[in-house]
Design a protein around this ligand. Structure first.
Ligand SMILES: Cc1ncc(COP(=O)(O)O)c(C=O)c1O
Length: 422
């Protein structure tokens, strides 16, 4: 007989990484300082992996709003929105979000992941979903929960999307699914192209604005405002875990759609609602997003400085002006070594390994926030340059940007010469 738990072993790649002593995950942060640095293992390091783009998670106004809400309403709601878990604060936040983004209404849920899962009742069995290949894991899960047929188009390739739309049965409903700013690659979706195709083919556009609301557009309304295409977005999902500096999510759109989701999205219906502290903090963040555009200017200036410095070091970059920047490394173990040596240099970045990226396409994701000064960005660039040079990362790619191929590309060979985890 097979024990059902026998599958609960790390995959081979992870075993190799664990054995190498280069495991880059689950490092506990002891303190979060308000200048873009954190304390890990007793050391102060530059945080270069956070999506707290506007540096609001440590803002005194968000903390005060959260503390006041805890005092008045307690630490949790112990119930779902539909039963006993709706607060006046939720309603206020929904009204303000809808107004800010130009939608009829919004539904606040407990995470951005949940906001995307809550879309699944829209994906009916007579619909076809056309989704960018790079959409977030939470959107993929939502497509699995839904009943629509899924077609994936090549990343940001509107010609491919157009061809797929041509093939859709005229009797089927069409939904286009994309992110505004892509979470791993930091590039923006081609919203003008998508909006034009949607108009031509009678398709609805669903935009995951997790990374762009608060950050992009003159008023902080995200990729849709940046591209001046707000009316073309039918439904928009958000998270409060990035620019809003707290936790939570929302789905915004036409009243008919959101009211339908309020009564059919099982991910929200059968889960406790967003606690008072996070709801109040999100409201405080929205106020700051509306009134302090200089925060956006600061993080985007830091992003430009980072990007031009990385280009000067020799990294091929995706064309974008955003604060999330992937550094292609290729081999997973080499990527872990890159992460670990950056950490030794006083920088905490993100290692993105398969399966969150395709096999052989491991990368280091860097991000900067409004808390980072020019001196921070220069320190980050110096650390990246030192480690990239030490590991010979740029030269490994060759002139056509091909993957590195040498001893480190063979994880077993590399693992055998490194220290095992104790
Ligand atoms: C594009 C995108 N959508 C949704 C989410 C989920 O957001 P949350 O962290 O609030 O669950 C994320 C977070 O990583 C994301 O990057």
């Amino acid at each position: 007989m097979t024990d059902a738990f026998s599958k609960c072993r790390p995959p081979r790649e992870l075993e190799i990484i664990l054995a190498s002593g280069l495991y880059p995950y689950h490092r506990p942060i002891e303190e979060r300082l308000d200048d873009g640095e954190v304390v890990v293992g007793g050391r102060r390091v530059l945080m270069a992996g956070s999506n707290d783009y506007l540096a609001l998670s440590t803002d005194a106004r968000l903390k005060a709003a959260g503390v006041d809400a805890v005092r008045r309403l307690g630490s949790g709601n112990s119930g779902s929105r539909i039963l006993n878990g709706t607060l006046t604060l939720h309603r206020t936040l929904e009204g303000e979000l809808a107004d800010f983004l130009g939608h009829e209404t919004a539904m606040v849920v407990s995470t951005g992941f949940q906001a995307n899962l809550a879309l699944s009742p829209l994906f009916g069995r007579h619909d076809v979903l056309l989704a960018d290949r790079h959409i977030h894991a939470s959107l993929i899960e939502a497509t699995r929960l839904g009943q629509a047929q899924l077609r994936r188009y090549r990343h940001n390739d509107t010609s491919h999307l157009g061809r797929l739309l041509e093939e859709v049965d005229p009797a089927a409903g069409r939904l286009i699914l994309t992110e505004g700013m892509f979470s791993v690659t930091g590039d923006l979706c081609d919203l003008p192209g998508i909006a034009e195709l949607a108009r031509r083919h009678g398709a609805r556009v669903i935009l995951d604005s997790a990374h762009d609301v608060g950050l992009l557009g003159a008023g902080g309304r995200g990729a849709a405002e940046h591209h001046a295409r707000q009316p073309a977005v039918d439904v928009q999902t958000l998270t409060f875990s990035k620019c809003f500096g707290t936790l939570g999510g929302a789905v915004a759109g036409p009243r008919q759609v959101i009211d339908y989701l309020r009564h059919s999205a099982r991910a929200a219906l059968f889960s406790a609602s967003l606690p008072p502290s996070c709801t109040a903090a999100a409201l405080a963040a929205l106020d700051i997003i509306r009134t302090e555009p200089e925060r956006r200017r600061r993080v985007l200036a830091a992003a430009r400085r980072l990007r031009s410095g990385l280009a000067a070091i020799g990294f091929p970059l995706t064309p974008a002006d955003t604060p999330t920047v992937p550094l292609q490394v290729g081999d997973a173990l080499l990527c872990c070594r890159f992460w670990s040596e950056l950490f030794d240099e006083g920088v905490m970045a993100n290692a993105m390994l398969p399966p969150s990226v395709p096999s052989g396409k491991a990368l280091i994701r860097l991000s900067v926030t409004a808390a980072h000064t020019d001196a921070h960005v220069d320190r980050l660039l110096e650390a990246v340059a030192v480690v990239a040079d030490r590991l010979n990362v740029i030269n490994r790619w060759g002139s056509e940007g091909r993957e590195p191929s040498d001893a480190l590309a063979d994880p077993l060979a590399a693992a055998s010469v490194t220290t095992p985890v104790t």
